[in-house]
Design a protein around this ligand. Structure first.
Ligand code: C5P
Length: 231
């Protein structure tokens, strides 16, 4: 059984480079995240092929629409055999409940994005929201848990305090991970894999530190080993 906490972000614009990378990986050693760019370019066939090849796929499409539409989209995603999928918590309680009802517990993992980390106080004010980004994240995380979803996406730096507020089996999925030797690329608030786990993260979304590594498989093996030995 796959015990890896690492979700490799397949941030590619076409199927070929994605398969090129995936052919170097092992479904027992990681999971894969497919986002809007790759999914829009390649369609569901890519998801079906990767799940058929034994990979756990996190379909990161961040659904946000009226409850009925989101419920149906979630169902369609789950029918592709994905391991995890997500919606926007900002869609509201009724939308989250509808998504949960469409995806029974203990099947596909259903998580929510709270507030996009790209949004700051000015962005919130622009759309008429007066709370701070931190307050919004807590409010939306709690609401997501209350609606019975399985977890949230959050920054590794927020994970520590969020972990105090949510149940131990509520998944915290954290991007913005960098190894000590990496440059930060365009990420601003980063954490090392170990720091993210220490803060209570369950799964780490890692893109370029693995996809751009000289040897992606070796990097993945080393990461898994470090996390296994220390936790
Ligand atoms: O290459 P890198 O490790 O920065 O990739 C991180 C992945 O996590 C990308 O797919 C990015 O879109 C996603 N992500 C993020 N920050 C968020 C939410 C998602 O970096 N707040």
């Amino acid at each position: 059984m796959n015990k890896s906490r690492i979700i490799v972000a397949l941030d590619f614009s076409a199927a070929e480079p994605a398969f090129d990378l995936v052919s170097q990986l092992d479904p027992q050693l990681c999971r894969l995240k497919i986002g809007k760019e790759l999914f829009t370019a390649t369609g569901p066939q890519l998801v079906e092929r990767l799940t058929h090849d034994g990979f756990d796929v996190f379909l990161d499409l961040k659904f946000h629409d009226i409850p009925n539409t989101v419920a149906k989209a979630c169902k369609a995603a789950a029918n592709l055999g994905v391991w995890m999928l997500n919606v926007h918590a900002l869609g509201g309680k009724r939308m989250l409940h509808a998504a949960r009802e469409a995806i029974p517990q203990n099947t596909t993992k259903l998580i929510a994005v709270t507030l996009l980390t790209s949004m700051d106080q000015n962005d919130l004010n622009d759309i008429g929201l007066q709370e701070t980004p931190e307050q919004m994240v807590y409010r939306l995380a709690t609401m997501t848990e209350d609606c019975g979803l399985d977890g949230i996406v959050c920054s590794a730096l927020e994970a520590g305090s969020l972990r105090q507020h949510v149940k131990s089996d509520f998944h915290l999925v954290t991007p913005g991970i960098r190894l000590e030797q990496n440059n930060t690329d365009d990420q601003k608030r980063i954490a090392t894999p170990q720091a993210a786990i220490n803060n209570g993260a369950d799964y780490l979304v890692i893109g370029r530190p693995i996809t751009q590594a000289d040897n992606p498989l070796r990097t993945l093996q080393q990461l898994n080993q470090t996390l296994e030995v220390n936790n």
